[in-house]
Ligand binder design. Sequence first.
Ligand SMILES: Nc1ncnc2c1ncn2[C@@H]1O[C@H](COP(=O)(O)OP(=O)(O)OP(=O)(O)O)[C@@H](O)[C@H]1O
Length: 447
Amino acid sequence: MPEVSAASPESLPTRIGEYRVLRKLGEGATSEVFLCRDEFHDRDVAVKRVRESAVRDPVDGRYYSRFFAAEAALVGRLQHPHVVQIFDAVDGPAEQYLVMEHVPGSTLRRYCRADQLLPLELIVEIGFKCAMALGYVFRQGLIHRDIKPANLLAVESGGHLTDVKVSDFGSALNLGADITQVHRVGSLTYMSPEQLDGAALNAQSDMYALGAVLYHLVTGHPPVEGESQAAMIQGILYGSVVPPSQRRQGVEPAVDEVILRTLQKQPADRYDSWDSFANALAALITNRQVPRGNLQAVLDSERFNLLRGLDFFSRFDDVELWEVVHQARWQRFPIGHKLMRRGEKGRDFHIIAQGEVAVRRDGQTFETLDAGALVGEMAYLAPSRELRTRTADVEATDPLTTVSFTPETLGQLSLACRQRFSEAFISVLVRRLHAAHEALSHPQRIL
Ligand SMILES: Nc1ncnc2c1ncn2[C@@H]1O[C@H](COP(=O)(O)OP(=O)(O)OP(=O)(O)O)[C@@H](O)[C@H]1O
């Protein structure tokens, strides 16, 4: 399947339904994908149109219709930053198509080539994001069943891979609704033994496939190779897998361990949940078991895990936390940096992600705040302009990492996420009120 097909202009439709076609993005066995303009919503979208020949196919036509129906059933349902959103599905007499979020970039297929391999830390980061995304998908009652590099879209910017999104839910099994399981959908190269066998599937089957993709990304080879389909099947069911460290220099035993665990023949021998798999991947980064290479920047997975540990975000779910990871301004400050000065106007607020600050008035420290604490929210929440003045100096007494928002950037978050912020603000304010009340009633306690 070509990644990006340079379609001849004459074969390019001018419109698909209400969408103006800009160019062809790619094609698969059953469909073509076009970059289109959604004028109503003022955004670019990817429109996946089922080939007429596919639907008419006398043998497989009804399966193809089923693939379309499976994806169409998910319109508006999967909302996760690492899952391609499906905006609309049209099942017309003339054409069937899906309207999806456009992902600018390519797919992970190109990064499986031995001469294009990604740094290890980026592969682990990709694994972490996909594991979290598939955990979300599983909680919606779905098993993807066709996790492969071509279905993991790579967001690229300036020639670099910056993010990843799971796509193509045509083969998805809805545990709540599908009574019969069609077996052997999916790509043999990444298929779990139980999927081959026709046994019942669960989260561990997608986990195997994601592990196989990670193996391919790390080594440039799929975990099982064979000259023929029969040899492949034999290998998947009974063969042993060469540890990734034997195929790529610099791979630590801990990385071998995580990947090989997902490729165990028995689902029960793999991780027991997506969360434990994601945590094992995150630990490889935290424990420095993958080289940090030239990428000095903090990884999204580290940010995510940092936020997950903070009290302020304890009621945020994973999707909301990812929003914060992507939309907040992350800043680092040295010791001595003045985060705020008394008397200054300002409406931004910060959550301390790492480090410590002293809150001072007239040179006297009256409070120290550390990870999870909120700074500057009083001016943010103030109901009138006059009250938007900082009432204290705030200075870093430790190297500081903060997560900051202005009223404008907070306003760009989803309603659900803003709701979580309001709840977190209220609980901080109630705790403060309570402390102030205690201090007033028992002044000796705070001496
Ligand atoms: N949302 C998207 N944004 C950008 N490009 C996309 C998007 N969806 C698909 N593509 C491109 O189109 C190609 C074909 O898409 P897709 O794999 O979904 O088609 P398919 O017919 O389901 O393929 P197959 O049946 O072989 O898995 C992808 O490999 C990718 O290059």
